[in-house]
Design a protein around this ligand. Structure first.
Ligand SMILES: Nc1ncnc2c1ncn2[C@@H]1O[C@H](COP(=O)(O)OP(=O)(O)O)[C@@H](O)[C@H]1O
Ligand SMILES: [Mg+2]
Length: 256
């Protein structure tokens, strides 16, 4: 069985009748990169929020299993400790909390009851070493670690920080929602290089994007087209190139 199994997932915004996800089937295993592409409003962010347990959404049918466990039963922090990671489309600012201290808190929260099972906080020298190695890899200036989280960060800096967080937490499944939006080409490359570096046999990636652009730098194993809350087509990396030429109308069956 795949690590993440989504079966017939239906979801709506809490306290509304409007169904946004209308029967999603998707399986992702570690070592695989899946891109989900779709026009604005098709339900891409809803899918990532439902997977992470955002309280604003309600699952009305279907199931989601992660390593055989019913993910939908779990609280947000439990999902994170299981190894799920979500990069937000719109990262938040935490004034007064430095990047380094935020990351150390996040790493320690993961260790508590996490797969390492030690419950012991990471030792400071070990943390510093790991942080430095990851910052170098992502070409993040050293001074950034003492700045306050996202305060006054440019779009590109915020995205780099998200990828840094990913590198520090080493999730089993990384969900990247529109990580390419608002990035100039250099920042896009850094983010893509980071994802390519961290992707590997121990991590699966769900890359959610409206645009094909980031897929010039990250080659997905599978591409899925999400329209109207359903996956209307799946294929390999070539499907993304086809979409670029034809637009979504070209690949979507007429009745959708
Ligand atoms: N919290 C919300 N309140 C009201 N409408 C929402 C909310 N979240 C999503 N929607 C609606 O659900 C649909 C899907 O949104 P979303 O999942 O954000 O799409 P995408 O990420 O593909 O652009 C849109 O029509 C959007 O307006
Ligand atoms: Mg979105």
């Amino acid at each position: 069985m795949a690590d993440l199994v989504i079966r017939n997932l239906h979801a709506r915004i809490a306290d509304s009748d409007q169904e946004i996800l209308r029967g999603i089937d998707l399986e992702i295993s570690k070592g695989e990169i899946h891109a989900v592409m779709g026009p604005n409003g098709s339900g891409k962010s809803t899918l990532s929020h439902v997977l992470m347990g955002h309280p604003g959404y309600e699952v009305t049918d279907g199931e989601v299993l992660f390593e055989g466990q019913d993910l939908l039963e779990l609280e947000v922090d439990e999902r994170a400790r299981l190894g799920l990671f979500l990069c937000f489309q719109y990262p938040y600012t935490i004034p007064g909390v430095s990047v380094a201290s935020f990351l150390r808190t996040a790493v320690n929260a993961h260790r508590k009851g996490g797969p390492e099972g030690t419950g012991e906080p990471i030792r400071i020298p070990e943390f510093r070493k790991k942080l430095q190695a990851n910052m170098e890899l992502l070409k993040i200036d050293r001074s950034m670690s003492s700045r306050y989280l996202n305060e006054g960060f440019s779009g590109g800096e915020k995205k780099r920080l998200e990828i840094l967080q990913l590198g520090m937490l080493e999730p089993k499944l990384a969900i990247l929602d529109e990580t390419d939006s608002g990035l100039d080409i250099d920042a896009l490359r850094v983010v893509a290089d980071g994802v390519n570096h961290y992707a590997g046999p121990n991590m699966g990636v769900l890359l959610i994007t409206h645009y094909q652009r980031i897929l010039n730098y990250i080659t997905p194993d599978f591409v899925h087209v999400l329209v109207g809350g359903r996956i209307v087509r799946s294929g390999g990396a070539e499907l993304a190139h086809e979409l670029e030429k034809t637009g979504y109308t070209g690949v979507v069956p007429q009745e959708v």
